[in-house]
Design a protein around this ligand. Structure first.
Ligand SMILES: *Cc1c(COP(=O)(O)O)cnc(C)c1O
Length: 225
């Protein structure tokens, strides 16, 4: 169990090292709401969860306690769980299929909400990782106008889970280059400005590649049990 003092120190340490244009997203999955309160007390405002029920439960537990909290969603989102997530989050980072995109758009039409999303890209070599291949993302973005209740904000990716920094950096450079390519190709996507790469173990490399959003869990809250 990470002590509150550690959480505060970890956040301050990260803040000192992250350039000002880089947003720190605290990944609180599997950690109790009390840990989120500690991070909030240390000034952290943006948190991300990866499971709909867990997000929903924590929102309830923290009601009235953290008035300026901002939630994001970073996990696999099944289309029958949208109601637990979409009303409460500022960003869905993990859109990994056309079907999910269509359902978020449909939900938004009914609810009168436009949802900010990132496309989750398949950048790592391993085939276990979810996400779009570049050709699939391009095809989807050619049709971006069809999704009236979606705002395309950028890309998210996870690098190969290896120790070789050159491989990790080349994964990150590839998604960074692809984001630039998309911005050139689709100037009408005028809010496509987020590159969410970098986690506890690899964020310095992600910064080298041009990340402007890092998703940090264990380096703030300790190991997940
Ligand atoms: C869990 C998770 C993170 C945080 O991982 P850490 O290594 O603990 O920093 C970041 N992004 C996604 C998509 C995750 O699921």
């Amino acid at each position: 169990m990470t002590k509150s003092l550690d959480i505060k120190e970890n956040i301050e340490h990260l803040r000192q090292r992250l350039p000002s244009g880089v947003k720190l997203v605290a990944v609180s999955k599997f950690h109790p709401s009390s840990a989120i309160e500690e991070a909030y007390a240390a000034g952290q405002r943006c948190f991300a969860e990866s499971r709909p029920q867990e997000l929903f439960r924590k929102i309830g537990e923290l009601e009235g306690k953290c008035p300026e909290i901002e939630w994001q969603f970073i996990g696999h989102l099944q289309t029958n769980k949208l109601k637990l997530v979409l009303p409460y989050v500022s960003l869905v980072q993990s859109v990994d299929s056309v079907k999910l995109l269509q359902e978020i758009d449909r939900w938004g039409k009914a609810a009168g909400k436009t949802t900010d999303i990132l496309l989750e890209m398949h950048i790592a070599g391993e085939d276990s990782k979810q996400g779009f291949f570049e050709e699939e993302a391009l095809e989807l973005l050619f049709n971006a106008g069809k999704y009236a209740n979606i705002r395309f904000r950028g890309l998210m990716g996870m690098a190969s889970n290896v120790d070789d920094e050159e491989i990790v950096l080349s994964d990150f450079r590839r998604i960074a280059d692809f984001k630039d390519y998309v911005c050139d190709l689709f100037p009408e996507l005028d809010a496509f400005d987020i590159l969410s790469i970098g986690m506890s173990g690899d964020w310095p490399l992600a910064l080298q590649a041009g990340s402007n959003m890092v998703r940090i869990g264990s380096a703030i809250f300790g190991e997940r049990s």
